[in-house]
Design a protein around this ligand. Structure first.
Ligand code: FUB
Length: 330
């Protein structure tokens, strides 16, 4: 009793305080609730944006949600930014969005229908483009048909990523079924321009490639990253290569993201965020919760991504804490 009174007295005098040392607030992983996968990332108007696949049976994948955040910790959901109801040729399996802002418009590239032309009576499918005035949509079909609706160099037309080179040129990098193509987009994104050799689709598949390509530049080098393994299982992972141009050649360096049996499994299909004006990098990716064998049960997570002095990407550590707040300054 005496001790309690003494403590109360000290508190009253302000000589001791109730305050516990505060831990920095983190995003936690997953960073938002719900089954989502294949995030693409962008920064618009001082907000981070993530555009994931809604991870569910194919027939239920008829829309895309988006998420925005001022600091990577607090996320706001923007439901159904794109819906198959507004894309007459898309009816299922809306996958792996890729977002680009250009000329005051927002273009959302998406895969739809899980196109298999070898099946009898297969309807059109492949990679489409939708457009909106706002990153939160509503996005509407831009072309009325797929932008890529054929199998080129063995690549299923899914898992698109839009890469802008230093000269401003936009490229579509895409492909499933273990093949990856790059194609030069027309400035209005209505189609493609032939390359110097007259071809439209150039295959840049590195060893081990399965799907989920992305590309970015750092210190004059082109980093090409992709997913390996099967997305429903525990071994899904991310590897990378470094080249001197968007066309490679890309030689596999190694894996940088994979399961941690103590944290999560099937870590893959990612996006990379560089905080403008800094050399601070993040990786947004999906993984399966520990012990969950349902392939569609995928959640979106965030970690820091680091380079060594030679520019090699360091293995990413999977966490349950996620990342600390990183407000955008400009
Ligand atoms: O989410 C559907 C598919 O799963 C994606 O297109 C693949 O990359 C895999 O993540």
């Amino acid at each position: 009793m005496k001790a309690m009174l003494l403590a109360a007295g000290l508190l009253a005098t302000g000589l001791v305080s109730h305050a516990q040392p505060t831990k920095p607030r983190t995003s936690g992983n997953p960073i938002f609730p719900g089954w989502y996968a294949d995030p693409d990332a962008a920064i618009f108007n001082k907000q981070y944006w993530l555009y994931p696949t809604y991870s569910a049976p194919y027939e239920q994948q008829v829309f895309l949600d988006a998420f925005s955040s001022p600091d990577l910790v607090h996320w706001t959901k923007h439901p159904r930014v794109l819906d198959t109801a507004s894309v007459k040729w898309a009816h299922r399996a809306m996958w792996a969005p890729a977002i680009v802002a250009k000329g005051g418009k927002y273009y959302l590239f998406f895969g739809a229908n899980d196109y298999h032309p070898e099946k009898p009576n297969e309807p059109p499918g492949g990679i489409g483009v939708a457009v909106a005035d706002n990153p939160a949509g509503p996005f509407k079909d831009y072309l009325g048909k797929p932008l890529v609706g054929t199998i080129e160099n063995g690549a299923q037309p899914i898992d698109q990523f839009v890469f802008q080179d230093k000269d401003g040129q936009y490229y579509l990098v895409y492909g499933g079924w273990q093949h990856c193509n790059i194609a030069k987009l027309k400035p209005d994104f209505t189609g493609f321009l032939p390359m110097a050799d007259g071809k439209v689709f150039k295959e840049i598949t590195p060893k081990g490639y399965v799907e989920g390509p992305i590309m970015f530049r750092r210190n004059g080098k082109y980093y090409f990253m992709w997913s390996e393994g099967g997305w429903t299982g525990p071994d899904y992972s991310v590897a990378y290569a470094v080249g001197d141009s968007p066309f490679g050649p890309f030689e596999r360096v190694g894996k940088i993201l994979a399961q941690d049996p103590k944290v999560g499994t099937g870590a893959g299909h990612h996006a990379v965020i560089n905080v403008p004006g800094t050399d601070k990098w993040y990786i947004a990716y999906h993984r399966h919760p520990l012990g969950d064998k349902n392939g569609n049960h995928r959640v979106v997570c965030l970690e820091e991504m680091h380079f060594d002095a030679k520019g090699m990407i360091q293995p990413v550590i999977l966490t349950t804490e996620g990342v600390t707040a990183q407000p955008l300054k400009r």
